[in-house]
Design a binder for this molecule. Structure first.
Ligand code: COA
Length: 169
Protein backbone atom coordinates (compact mmCIF):
# COMPACT_ATOMS: atom_id res chain seq x y z
CA UNK A 1 0.00 0.00 0.00
CA UNK A 2 1.27 3.47 -0.81
CA UNK A 3 1.72 5.92 2.02
CA UNK A 4 2.81 9.55 2.29
CA UNK A 5 4.89 10.33 5.37
CA UNK A 6 7.06 13.14 6.70
CA UNK A 7 10.68 12.47 5.69
CA UNK A 8 12.71 11.00 8.59
CA UNK A 9 16.08 9.27 9.11
CA UNK A 10 14.36 5.92 8.47
CA UNK A 11 14.04 6.73 4.76
CA UNK A 12 16.86 5.84 2.42
CA UNK A 13 17.64 9.20 0.84
CA UNK A 14 20.94 8.06 -0.69
CA UNK A 15 19.29 5.65 -3.13
CA UNK A 16 16.85 8.19 -4.57
CA UNK A 17 17.36 9.23 -8.20
CA UNK A 18 14.83 11.18 -10.28
CA UNK A 19 17.04 12.42 -13.12
CA UNK A 20 17.26 16.02 -11.86
CA UNK A 21 20.44 16.38 -9.83
CA UNK A 22 19.32 19.45 -7.90
CA UNK A 23 16.23 17.60 -6.64
CA UNK A 24 18.20 14.48 -5.66
CA UNK A 25 20.80 16.59 -3.84
CA UNK A 26 18.14 18.56 -1.99
CA UNK A 27 16.58 15.33 -0.71
CA UNK A 28 19.93 13.90 0.36
CA UNK A 29 21.49 16.98 1.94
CA UNK A 30 18.91 19.56 2.90
CA UNK A 31 15.32 18.32 3.15
CA UNK A 32 15.52 16.67 6.57
CA UNK A 33 17.37 19.60 8.14
CA UNK A 34 14.77 21.98 6.75
CA UNK A 35 12.05 19.77 8.26
CA UNK A 36 13.78 19.98 11.64
CA UNK A 37 14.19 23.76 11.46
CA UNK A 38 10.63 24.32 10.25
CA UNK A 39 11.82 25.98 7.03
CA UNK A 40 9.77 23.62 4.87
CA UNK A 41 8.14 20.19 5.04
CA UNK A 42 9.26 17.33 2.85
CA UNK A 43 7.00 14.31 2.54
CA UNK A 44 7.94 10.99 0.96
CA UNK A 45 5.86 8.47 -0.92
CA UNK A 46 6.67 4.91 0.13
CA UNK A 47 5.25 1.44 -0.21
CA UNK A 48 4.42 0.02 3.24
CA UNK A 49 5.97 -3.34 2.19
CA UNK A 50 9.36 -1.67 1.72
CA UNK A 51 8.98 1.53 3.63
CA UNK A 52 12.60 2.76 3.63
CA UNK A 53 12.61 3.09 -0.15
CA UNK A 54 11.57 6.55 -1.35
CA UNK A 55 9.41 6.36 -4.49
CA UNK A 56 8.88 10.09 -4.64
CA UNK A 57 8.88 13.24 -2.55
CA UNK A 58 7.46 16.72 -2.41
CA UNK A 59 8.32 19.81 -0.38
CA UNK A 60 5.91 22.47 0.82
CA UNK A 61 6.91 25.89 2.10
CA UNK A 62 5.33 29.23 2.80
CA UNK A 63 6.31 32.43 1.01
CA UNK A 64 5.26 35.96 0.25
CA UNK A 65 4.63 37.14 -3.29
CA UNK A 66 4.54 40.52 -4.97
CA UNK A 67 1.02 40.55 -6.34
CA UNK A 68 1.91 42.84 -9.30
CA UNK A 69 3.58 39.73 -10.78
CA UNK A 70 0.24 37.93 -11.04
CA UNK A 71 -1.98 38.10 -14.14
CA UNK A 72 -3.80 41.49 -13.91
CA UNK A 73 -7.15 39.85 -13.21
CA UNK A 74 -5.74 38.49 -9.94
CA UNK A 75 -3.27 41.26 -9.12
CA UNK A 76 -5.99 43.84 -8.58
CA UNK A 77 -7.72 41.75 -5.91
CA UNK A 78 -4.87 41.83 -3.43
CA UNK A 79 -2.59 44.24 -1.54
CA UNK A 80 0.98 44.68 -2.87
CA UNK A 81 2.25 41.59 -1.07
CA UNK A 82 0.37 38.48 -0.03
CA UNK A 83 1.11 35.16 1.68
CA UNK A 84 0.99 31.92 -0.31
CA UNK A 85 2.10 28.32 -0.15
CA UNK A 86 4.72 26.94 -2.51
CA UNK A 87 5.29 23.50 -3.92
CA UNK A 88 9.04 23.88 -3.62
CA UNK A 89 9.90 20.46 -5.05
CA UNK A 90 8.21 17.42 -6.57
CA UNK A 91 10.01 14.35 -7.85
CA UNK A 92 9.37 10.70 -8.62
CA UNK A 93 12.03 7.98 -8.78
CA UNK A 94 13.08 7.57 -12.39
CA UNK A 95 11.94 3.93 -12.59
CA UNK A 96 8.46 4.86 -11.34
CA UNK A 97 7.76 7.95 -13.45
CA UNK A 98 4.61 8.28 -15.61
CA UNK A 99 2.64 5.82 -13.47
CA UNK A 100 0.53 8.34 -11.60
CA UNK A 101 2.75 8.76 -8.51
CA UNK A 102 3.34 12.44 -9.25
CA UNK A 103 -0.42 12.86 -9.42
CA UNK A 104 -0.93 11.13 -6.05
CA UNK A 105 1.61 13.48 -4.44
CA UNK A 106 0.14 16.53 -6.16
CA UNK A 107 -3.32 15.79 -4.74
CA UNK A 108 -1.83 15.30 -1.27
CA UNK A 109 0.14 18.56 -1.59
CA UNK A 110 -3.08 20.36 -2.58
CA UNK A 111 -4.99 18.82 0.35
CA UNK A 112 -2.34 19.94 2.80
CA UNK A 113 -2.23 23.42 1.25
CA UNK A 114 -6.00 23.69 1.51
CA UNK A 115 -5.72 22.88 5.20
CA UNK A 116 -3.11 25.65 5.57
CA UNK A 117 -5.47 28.07 3.81
CA UNK A 118 -8.24 27.20 6.27
CA UNK A 119 -6.00 27.86 9.23
CA UNK A 120 -3.71 30.80 8.46
CA UNK A 121 -4.89 32.34 5.17
CA UNK A 122 -3.01 32.20 1.84
CA UNK A 123 -4.04 33.40 -1.62
CA UNK A 124 -3.09 30.21 -3.46
CA UNK A 125 -0.40 27.76 -4.37
CA UNK A 126 2.80 28.52 -6.32
CA UNK A 127 5.30 26.32 -8.07
CA UNK A 128 8.58 26.94 -9.91
CA UNK A 129 8.78 24.60 -12.88
CA UNK A 130 12.29 23.44 -13.77
CA UNK A 131 11.65 23.48 -17.50
CA UNK A 132 9.00 23.57 -20.22
CA UNK A 133 8.02 19.91 -19.63
CA UNK A 134 7.47 20.52 -15.93
CA UNK A 135 5.46 23.64 -16.79
CA UNK A 136 3.11 21.54 -18.95
CA UNK A 137 2.84 19.05 -16.14
CA UNK A 138 1.60 21.76 -13.75
CA UNK A 139 -0.69 23.35 -16.34
CA UNK A 140 -2.70 20.14 -16.50
CA UNK A 141 -3.69 20.89 -12.87
CA UNK A 142 -4.78 24.41 -13.96
CA UNK A 143 -1.73 26.23 -12.59
CA UNK A 144 -1.46 29.57 -14.43
CA UNK A 145 1.96 30.80 -15.66
CA UNK A 146 2.92 34.28 -14.47
CA UNK A 147 3.04 36.73 -17.40
CA UNK A 148 6.71 37.78 -16.99
CA UNK A 149 8.13 34.54 -15.57
CA UNK A 150 6.09 31.68 -17.08
CA UNK A 151 8.08 28.96 -15.31
CA UNK A 152 6.51 30.23 -12.09
CA UNK A 153 2.92 29.14 -11.92
CA UNK A 154 0.02 30.07 -9.68
CA UNK A 155 -3.04 28.09 -8.60
CA UNK A 156 -5.60 30.53 -7.15
CA UNK A 157 -7.26 29.45 -3.91
CA UNK A 158 -10.67 29.03 -5.54
CA UNK A 159 -9.18 26.62 -8.13
CA UNK A 160 -7.33 24.77 -5.38
CA UNK A 161 -10.59 24.24 -3.48
CA UNK A 162 -12.37 22.80 -6.52
CA UNK A 163 -9.33 20.71 -7.53
CA UNK A 164 -9.27 19.05 -4.12
CA UNK A 165 -13.01 18.41 -4.36
CA UNK A 166 -12.68 16.79 -7.77
CA UNK A 167 -9.26 15.08 -7.60
CA UNK A 168 -9.31 14.24 -3.90
CA UNK A 169 -12.19 11.76 -4.17
C1 COA B 1 7.46 15.60 -13.29
C2 COA B 1 7.16 14.39 -12.39
C3 COA B 1 7.10 14.82 -10.93
C4 COA B 1 5.78 13.82 -12.80
O1 COA B 1 5.46 12.70 -12.00
P1 COA B 1 5.05 11.33 -12.71
O2 COA B 1 4.66 10.38 -11.64
O3 COA B 1 6.15 10.92 -13.63
O4 COA B 1 3.81 11.78 -13.60
P2 COA B 1 2.30 11.27 -13.50
O5 COA B 1 2.29 9.81 -13.79
O6 COA B 1 1.68 11.74 -12.22
O7 COA B 1 1.67 12.12 -14.64
C5 COA B 1 1.39 11.58 -15.82
C6 COA B 1 1.02 12.62 -16.87
O8 COA B 1 1.57 13.90 -16.62
C7 COA B 1 2.15 14.41 -17.82
N1 COA B 1 3.61 14.49 -17.61
C8 COA B 1 4.38 13.79 -16.74
N2 COA B 1 5.65 14.19 -16.79
C9 COA B 1 5.70 15.14 -17.74
C10 COA B 1 6.73 15.94 -18.23
N3 COA B 1 7.99 15.86 -17.81
N4 COA B 1 6.40 16.80 -19.20
C11 COA B 1 5.13 16.94 -19.63
N5 COA B 1 4.11 16.20 -19.17
C12 COA B 1 4.38 15.33 -18.24
C13 COA B 1 1.78 13.48 -18.92
O9 COA B 1 0.53 13.89 -19.45
C14 COA B 1 1.61 12.19 -18.20
O10 COA B 1 0.70 11.32 -18.80
P3 COA B 1 1.27 10.15 -19.74
O11 COA B 1 2.32 9.40 -18.94
O12 COA B 1 0.04 9.34 -20.00
O13 COA B 1 1.85 10.83 -20.93
C15 COA B 1 8.22 13.25 -12.56
O14 COA B 1 8.22 12.81 -13.91
C16 COA B 1 9.63 13.67 -12.16
O15 COA B 1 10.01 13.52 -11.01
N6 COA B 1 10.46 14.16 -13.11
C17 COA B 1 11.84 14.52 -12.82
C18 COA B 1 11.91 15.68 -11.83
C19 COA B 1 11.11 16.88 -12.27
O16 COA B 1 11.21 17.33 -13.41
N7 COA B 1 10.33 17.43 -11.32
C20 COA B 1 9.55 18.63 -11.54
C21 COA B 1 10.40 19.76 -11.08
S1 COA B 1 9.67 21.30 -11.27
Amino acid sequence: MLQILLLTRQHNREAFYCGEQELDEYLKKTARQHNEKGISRTFVLVDTEKSARILGFFTLAGCEIVTADLPPKYAKRYPNKAPTARLARLAVSVDRQRKGLGGIMMVEAMRRTLSVSENIGIIGFFVDAKNQGARQYYEQYDFIPLPETPLTLFLPLVTLVSAVEVLGK
